[in-house]
Ligand binder design. Structure first.
Ligand SMILES: *[C@@H]1O[C@H](CO)[C@@H](O)[C@H](O)[C@H]1NC(C)=O
Ligand SMILES: *[C@@H]1O[C@H](CO)[C@@H](O)[C@H](O)[C@H]1NC(C)=O
Ligand SMILES: *[C@@H]1O[C@H](CO)[C@@H](O)[C@H](O)[C@H]1NC(C)=O
Ligand SMILES: *[C@@H]1O[C@H](CO)[C@@H](O)[C@H](O)[C@H]1NC(C)=O
Ligand SMILES: *[C@@H]1O[C@H](CO)[C@@H](O)[C@H](O)[C@H]1NC(C)=O
Length: 363
């Protein structure tokens, strides 16, 4: 049963994290994209105001007003957030390193930057230089959050919607190759994020005037996740032990958003969770943009701490906080049968049509 596989894949997450947290000197190594980047792309909008306004109070390269998933996981491990690779120096390596780079993916995306393979190359280099020992690596937690930008690039560049199943397969396969490589470098505890519900992201849900998430696009995420869960299960079987675990951010986004939608319906002064807090004034602008005179090309919501999404693509600190709370919750509820991101068969023509909305929305 799919459901059981999901439960198996999720159950020991916090057990492992808890055990790891009790071991002195646990490190966290992070790979992937803007959902987990904490400052690697010095030229990105995430280093411009109003990014970082809530935490640390000034732009820090995080794609949010404050903390992101990496920060919450580090905090759970009772360590400080590991340094961004770009900002590493001889004295800030003890918590691990964050290699994640906003805008990147497994394949070539719309943004330049190190793909997952190159990020792992950088990690391998440090092991070769004995910056981290074998036992450091063995006792560390690894987090991989990647793939979202690959779908955006596919939608914009390939435009061959009928190729999406094939693309999905090659993407998940590439992810699997990279996970195996991290394991071959000595990692014993690897967490891989599922994809969030793509149809809820403001850039997409704006076509419904932020009234609802577009389910056909959520289904792209669900199908990806089903495929990934299977690959992870096969991988663990192959390795003979549960090295790889999935982080079900699909269901945690979903339930955090649903709760906030319900609250918004009952009390309209509370924010619609699908509306971004930092919203571009018009198409082509983005959160953080200013014109030549320094005038803002975006608007800011009154209470960022009540938003779910910070900008058109990324959760706010409040959003990540509730997502992480859900991740914890799902652990205690898992016995009762939570979990998931269950698929739903192949994509239909109608759903592929909705996928093409991605193309329109990006341009
Ligand atoms: C950042 O921008 C500067 C100047 O525009 C450029 O020289 C540099 O290569 C860029 N760095 C990265 C990492 O893209
Ligand atoms: C290393 O980076 C940290 C920030 O992560 C900074 O506080 C510290 O001063 C730097 N140390 C050296 C030796 O450059
Ligand atoms: C990742 O980037 C490197 C360097 O640009 C490139 O050689 C490699 O083919 C890329 N990997 C994939 C899977 O696209
Ligand atoms: C609606 O939410 C606001 C902001 O949290 C709160 O101050 C207000 O009391 C709420 N109104 C009702 C009717 O619950
Ligand atoms: C989905 O499509 C693949 C081929 O692309 C096919 O082998 C498979 O049987 C289909 N699954 C369902 C549930 O229709």
């Amino acid at each position: 049963m799919k459901q059981n596989q999901t439960l198996m894949a999720l159950f020991p997450l916090f057990l492992i994290l808890t055990i790891a947290a009790e071991v002195e000197g646990t490190k966290l190594f992070v790979f992937g994209d803007s959902y987990v980047d904490t400052g690697n792309n010095l030229n990105a909008s995430s280093y411009k105001l109003p990014y970082g306004m809530t935490y640390p109070g000034t732009p820090s390269g995080r794609y949010a007003n404050g903390r992101v998933l990496t920060d919450y996981i580090a905090s759970y491990l009772k360590i400080e957030t590991p340094t961004a690779y770009t900002l590493k120096n001889s004295s800030n390596l003890h918590n691990g390193i964050n290699f994640a780079y906003g805008g990147t993916g497994l394949f070539k995306t719309l943004f330049d930057g190190p793909n997952l393979t190159v990020q792992i190359d950088s990690f391998e280099q440090l092991i070769k230089q004995n910056v981290y020992s074998k036992s450091d690596v063995e006792s560390s937690i690894f987090l991989v959050n990647d793939g979202g930008n690959d779908y955006v690039a596919f939608a914009v560049k390939d435009r061959n919607l009928f190729g999406i199943e094939k693309f999905m397969k090659s993407l998940v396969e590439e992810l699997s190759v990279n996970i195996k490589r991290i394991h071959s470098l000595g990692a014993e505890k690897i967490f891989v994020s599922l994809l969030p519900p793509a149809g809820c992201v403001p850039k997409i849900s704006v076509v419904s005037l932020y009234h609802k998430c577009l389910d056909p696009l959520n289904k792209v995420s669900r199908n990806h996740n089903t495929m990934l869960l299977q690959v992870v299960e096969d991988l663990n079987k192959e390795l003979g032990k549960p090295v790889v675990r999935t982080l079900d951010i699909y269901n945690s986004f979903q339930s955090a958003i649903e709760t906030m939608q319900k609250n918004h319906k009952e009390n309209s002064t509370l924010m619609n969770p699908l509306e971004p807090c930092c919203a571009p004034l018009k198409a082509g602008f983005a959160c953080g943009n200013v014109d030549e005179k320094g005038n803002k090309r975006y608007t800011l919501c009154e209470k960022p701490e009540l938003s779910f999404f910070w900008d058109n693509l990324h959760p706010s600190q409040n959003g990540w906080n509730s997502v992480f709370t859900q991740l914890e919750l799902s652990l205690s509820q898992i016995i009762g049968g939570g979990g998931g991101g269950g698929g739903g068969g192949n994509l239909t023509i109608m759903e592929l049509y909705y996928f093409s909305i991605l193309i329109l929305v990006r341009c």
